[in-house]
Design a protein around this ligand. Structure first.
Ligand SMILES: [Zn+2]
Ligand SMILES: [Zn+2]
Length: 306
């Protein structure tokens, strides 16, 4: 059981230095969730052999171009490849209007439905839930309405200790044990105590995606103790005024948030085109929070319980 975060792009503003706009693919037990879809996302998916039709849920943080300009192309490809399955599209207000307008003037009707789910960027709320995960919004502090996303794996089932299981144990009772129940006979006498036949469940992971935002400690209670935090680090401290004026963060600020929220590891991204070499960003973050890494595209960061 695991969460895998594949970086498809992590540049801000414009593609540069062989780095693409923001996009990430979250893989939870083979289910794929796309977060942001900047220009170049489709090509990146082809490069990493990710089939668009496997994606049923797309989350867009905000409507600055570097986070969604690749979306129309991706949606069109899904249509051209014969998609029938509906698609959930989570985004702040305005995206449905933009997509609808483009379809209107190209006289196109997709052969699949898009469920537009307008997200409230001001509150922390659950917006998506399925068998594996729960996704909630993280209100961010940006120039336009913007939301991060917290991915939380659902609690897992207890694991059966096969060596201890008596012969002829029924499937129904195995299911009960997995759900943590003790097993009684019809008179209510305890037959099998759960803990004697099972191991504790594997760990459930949490991943938080926070881009774009100014330094803002109000997100700390929401992202507290997550296993992995992606936080934008557009600039180094040298350009802290520019960071503040454009509602972005420096690497030191991202690391400070990671430290205060006591997260396990920090991924830095949303790099300004002014940095060809990203080492200064990494070094600055590591001075505050040692377990920091650069979200380089093509890399996959895995949260797994062995
Ligand atoms: Zn951006
Ligand atoms: Zn932005």
């Amino acid at each position: 059981m695991s969460i895998r975060v594949k970086i498809l792009g992590s540049n801000s503003a414009a593609p540069a230095h062989r780095r693409n706009h923001t996009s990430q693919l979250i893989n939870v037990e083979g289910r794929l969730y796309l977060v942001d879809c900047g220009e170049g996302t489709q090509l990146q998916m082809a490069r990493f052999r990710i089939r668009p039709q496997r994606i049923n849920n797309i989350f867009i943080s905000h409507l600055h171009g570097d986070h969604y300009l690749g979306l129309m192309g991706l949606l069109s490809t899904m249509h051209l490849q014969g998609r029938k399955k509906s698609l959930n599209l989570y985004a702040p207000k305005g995206l449905s209007e933009i997509i609808t307008l483009q379809l209107k003037y190209s006289d196109t009707v997709f052969n699949y439905d898009i469920n537009f789910i307008k997200i409230d960027t001001e509150t922390n709320k659950v917006i998506h839930e399925d068998d594996f995960i729960k996704v909630s919004t993280i209100p961010l502090n940006h120039r336009i309405p913007c939301s991060g996303f917290l991915f939380e794996e659902k609690p897992k089932k207890r694991r059966i200790d096969k060596d201890k299981l008596p012969e002829g144990f029924t499937t129904r009772n195995i299911v009960r044990l997995k759900h943590g129940e003790d097993i009684f006979d019809i008179d209510g006498n305890l037959l099998y105590k759960n803990k004697d036949y099972t191991f504790p469940p594997k760990k459930s992971f949490k991943y938080a995606f926070c881009s774009d935002t100014k330094y803002d400690e109000s997100i700390i209670p929401i992202i507290k103790d997550v296993d992995m935090l992606y936080h934008e680090a557009t600039f180094t401290e040298e350009h802290m005024d520019r960071a503040s004026n454009t509602y972005h963060s420096t690497a030191r600020e991202a690391a400070t948030i990671a430290k205060k929220a006591k997260v396990n590891q920090l991924l830095l991204g949303h790099f300004s085109i002014r940095y060809k070499d990203l080492d200064p960003i990494l070094e600055e973050a590591r001075e505050v929070f040692e377990n920091s890494q650069l979200a380089i595209e093509g890399e996959e960061f895995v949260l797994v319980d062995h």
